[in-house]
Design a binder for this molecule. Structure first.
Ligand SMILES: [Cu+2]
Length: 218
């Protein structure tokens, strides 16, 4: 009879003890997990603060680093001038000696081949490495019959030919350049992309459509 009473007892005790131990262990595990998460959170926080400090500390150095100037050549019905192409963000400022990444995305699918001595503007000039990338492909010139626009800063010896974009698409030209003179420099497009009999009217003869300024400060 005792055996029968003890059996469930023995069976019960080993069950109750592990259950209690499990509950305690579970509690410890949960609190450990919470602590680990908290420590990880603090570590993340410390890391974030460290990153911010590093970024803040390298602030002055960053101003000497590369900056990107992005322009877009839009076409279409703009300001009551259907079809006129126009550069956005046509005037900007950079620092002397600073590497500028010029990024021009054009939606203009119409070519405006250069003529006469101006065919020289189908060649890339004045960039780091002497090339520009056209949709990621490095080139030193654009076939003249494909030229749609140019981004030309005569005063800084910089010239970027912009090929015509695919119909219903865009083309992106990226180049790096470093300004070596301070001053206010006019840039303009040399491709005859305007209207009128000589294609130099319309956008080509209207302020801030196919020209702008690059200010280089010390
Ligand atoms: Cu143009």
């Amino acid at each position: 009879m005792n055996d029968k009473v003890e059996m469930p007892g023995r069976g019960g005790r080993p069950w109750r003890v592990p259950a209690a131990v499990l509950v305690v262990l579970l509690g410890i595990l949960v609190s450990l997990a919470v602590s680990v998460a908290a420590i990880a959170g603090i570590a993340d926080g410390v890391h974030a603060i460290g990153s911010r400090l590093t970024a803040a500390h390298s602030g002055p150095a960053l101003s000497q680093g590369a900056v990107t100037q992005s322009m877009v050549i839009q076409t279409g019905k703009m300001d009551g001038h259907p079809g006129w192409p126009r550069y956005t963000h046509s005037s900007w400022t950079v620092h002397l000696g600073q590497t500028v990444i010029i990024r021009i995305t054009s939606y203009d699918d119409g070519a405006a081949p250069l003529t006469g001595v101006q065919t020289m503007f189908s060649h890339v000039q004045g960039t780091v490495g002497g090339f520009e990338s056209v949709d990621g492909r490095p080139v030193r010139s654009v076939p003249n019959q494909d030229v749609a626009h140019t981004f030309t800063v005569v005063g800084l010896g910089l010239n970027l030919p912009i090929p015509a974009a695919p119909t219903d698409g865009s083309v992106t030209v990226v180049a790096r350049f470093v300004a070596t003179r301070t001053g206010s420099f006019v840039w303009q497009c040399y491709a005859p992309c305007g209207s009128g009999s000589n294609s130099m009217g319309g956008a080509m003869s209207t302020m801030r459509w196919m020209e702008g300024r690059v200010e280089v400060v010390g």
